[in-house]
Design a protein around this ligand. Structure first.
Ligand SMILES: [Zn+2]
Ligand SMILES: [Zn+2]
Length: 349
């Protein structure tokens, strides 16, 4: 089978590998869609790897943590899944026994391994997956949509639902890359009035078409002032930062109303804030948004179907695996937004 490897320094290799055999409790999946994510860039560059242990970022592991496909073989002891079943993959492979795993938060497990960072992922014609990480796709959900539900849409659904985003809420979204665009789409489906903020007009246009009621180009106007204006000085109920950029993180804290909430979703290692004014004296709730507990996927898939979320519109480019070098180059250069490897030239299948 063909598989991608990222040895670092922006090198991309497409290699020939044996199709793996599913072990105890595993299934073999024929990949039908595998999305490229901003976090893959740490592997592409071979440094600053936020996810994964020692071997991540050394080109030893096949990347791809947002795949979907069809089960083609069951390992010993697998129950409740069948050959031919359509699934997406939950990326966090946990021990299955600790309190976090038992509550479905596999990515909080002390021993977790990340698909596509610690173990071979979906940028290959086939990949192995523990059976308990298989997320069954309803018939109406395409492989492409299924792949995108596992990261962007799922993260936004879980985060916004926990912060009680709903009809009557005001929601500000900072940073309109694929994650922010998904935030707009999900917030709109929840019934919130969405205000979308970015520096790029093209992204603001996409946000409008995905249901944002208002957009702010923060290069042209002060986002905090503009949002205070829109909300008559009150601020928004919930602000979500998907940029990871300190000015936007601060703006998110500043535009949230008293007793409102802010979610940080864009990865970031250092920032400066003023807890007294921005959090304490507003009795603000500040949370991190990162994936969803595995049991919630059924709700997420049902939500996407029920509200007919145009998830595939988040995909700007589709590639074959042989064109992986170009796919990663263009993604790194930000010439594409969400890019996905599709297989058999049958992306919508
Ligand atoms: Zn991702
Ligand atoms: Zn565990």
């Amino acid at each position: 089978m063909q598989a991608v490897l990222l040895p670092g320094d922006r090198q991309v290799e497409v290699v020939d590998r044996e199709v793996p055999k599913p072990g105890l409790g595993e299934v073999l999946v024929r990949t039908r869609a595998s999305a490229i994510c901003r976090s893959d860039m740490s592997l592409y560059l071979g440094k600053d790897v936020i996810v994964g242990g020692e071997t991540a970022g050394q080109g030893l592991v096949i990347p791809g943590h947002e795949p979907a496909g069809e089960i083609v073989e069951l390992g010993a002891g697998v129950e409740g899944l069948q050959v031919g079943e359509r699934i997406a993959a939950h990326l966090a492979i946990g021990c299955g026994r600790c309190e976090h795993c038992r509550r479905g938060y596999l990515m909080l497990c002390e021993q977790w391994k990340c698909l596509g960072f610690d173990v071979d992922g979906g940028d290959a014609e086939y990949f192995l997956l523990p059976a308990r990480n298989a997320l069954k796709l309803p018939d109406q959900v395409s492989f492409l949509t299924g792949a995108l539900l596992t990261d962007m849409v799922g993260t936004q659904y879980h985060t916004q639902r926990n912060l009680d985003v709903r009809g009557g809420s005001t929601l500000a979204v900072f940073g309109l890359g694929p994650m922010g665009a998904a935030a707009v789409m999900v917030g709109n489906a929840f019934g919130a009035e969405v205000i979308a903020v970015d520096l790029l007009d093209a992204r603001l246009e996409l946000a409008s078409s995905l249901g944002a009621a208002r957009t702010v180009n923060s290069k042209e106007q002060d986002a905090v002032e503009a949002i205070r204006d829109f909300t008559k000085g009150r601020g928004v109920d919930v602000a979500v930062d998907c940029s990871g950029a300190p000015p936007a993180q601060n703006a998110a804290l500043d535009v949230a109303r008293k007793q409102g909430a802010v979610a940080f979703v864009g990865e970031s290692r250092a920032t400066q804030i003023n807890p007294s004014d921005q959090i304490i004296r507003k009795l603000l709730t500040v949370v991190g948004g990162w994936y969803f507990p595995i049991w919630e996927f059924e709700d997420i898939a049902r939500f996407a179907t029920r509200y007919d979320l145009p998830v595939e519109r988040l995909v700007t480019h589709r590639y074959s695996l042989v064109d992986a070098a170009e796919a990663f180059r263009a993604f790194d250069q930000r010439e594409t937004e969400k890019a996905v490897f599709t297989f058999d030239g049958d992306a919508a299948a």
